[in-house]
Design a binder for this molecule. Sequence first.
Ligand code: 5AD
Ligand code: SF4
Length: 490
Amino acid sequence: MEVRRRSAKVVTFGCQMNERDSETIMGILSSLGFEESSRVEDADIVIFVTCCVRENAENRAFGNLGEMKRLKEGNPNLVVGMCGCMAQRSDLREIVRARMPWVNLVFGTHNIHRLPELLERVFAGERVVEVWDEPDEVVEGLPAVRAYGHKAFVNITYGCDNFCTYCIVPYVRGRERSRRMEDVVAEVCDLAGSGCVEVTLLGQNVNSYGRGLPPLPSGSSPDFADLLHEVNLVDGIRRIRFTTSHPRDFSDKMIEAVASSEKVCEHFHLPLQAGSDRVLEMMHRGYTAERYLALLDRIREAVPGASITTDIMVGFPGETEEDFQATMDVVRQARFDAAFTFIYSPRPGTVAARMPDQIEDEVKHDRVYRLIDLVNSIASEVNDELCGSIVEVMVEGPSERDPSVLSGRTRTNKMIHWTSEKAHNPGDIVMLRVSQTRTWTLYGEEIEGRSGYRGALTCDGHEAAGEEMQGRTASSSGFATDGRCDCNDV
Ligand code: 5AD
Ligand code: SF4
């Protein structure tokens, strides 16, 4: 049938998995002849990729879907689609089916590849709802319209088998599946071939990568450390990031792989969730506060200058003030570079939603404000210590607030702003000296240092003297391991 609709907008809520799914959805739409529209108002197809990890994410998606009613009144041919994690939930699908007749396509997280056929049925006048409860095998080779040229997300695992008691992800993203190592590496090579310099390896729990994959010639299944080593070999890629790590599964072998792979950035996102062992146990997290802190020590020893960020939740059922104080204590000891803080939100169908002693909203809010204050004051102190240091920065582009200012990211994933006389493009690597710090951002000045992997920490003076060093041997070469030059000449 002739497809006359020509422009499409994919609106994404939620995590990086969803962002990556949106790229695939736009890739499929593009292969069907649709152009990407920058505005919902101009599009012939609008697809919402939804998130249900907390109730407020759901409310936002419903609000947006609701607004589409008005657009549909002005343009009856508009196709409105809903997919992603909310679509996996039968109760939410039912709300859409019964109360939002203007939504004419619903599909799930496991059948994105079926979009061409589903759309054909929609264009033939059918209202289509197709959601698979279980995933099929991993589908490879789907097209993607990437959000950026210089950096990209690369899935390494899908789904999650952990069943943390508060979390809906295992129910909506299915059981854990790993992509074959050769498929991951091939995707990274393709990206590098098209000019991408930074990849972020994505999984709900990257550390369990490889479970269930066929064994390597050595006889063992590949694991995350093996994958890091392989991706590190891809020419053209300059930075490798990964998220999310599970503190329970971060082995010494994996820490060593990060330490020895020069392109792998020294940033670890390690969700703590809570600092009380009683609460961690009720959450089914599989570690204690002590083990978590010991992991941070091992990481900081093996990867000097590493930044560590986290997710923390307050108000889990039964959390007492004493439990909350245990979380505050771990935060004080861990000295996180940054933390995402969440108020526990009961998710239908999860074990924790059925637990007694759900905490009142007022108590949850009070705790989260106290936690945010502590996290911010520590983040600000940690950043203060970076003042004067020399950092390797990847250019992201003009700052959103002020186009005359450039924004970039350090290897430790900190946002930094500076002005430059030079014309820089996204993906360029420059060396900056940190001149000012704020809680969440750094400000810097460009210097003539040579860049290199693992922050070849070259200051002006040493550069002139022809010296260059790599972070691994930093302290023995006159450079502090956080990138500050010990020589005091610069
Ligand atoms: N309520 C609040 N926060 C949650 N998260 C996951 N499930 C919930 C929930 N039910 C948080 C966790 C996780 C992050 C992505 O979202 O901290 O690490
Ligand atoms: Fe959810 Fe736990 Fe899986 Fe993370 S590891 S997605 S918090 S169940």
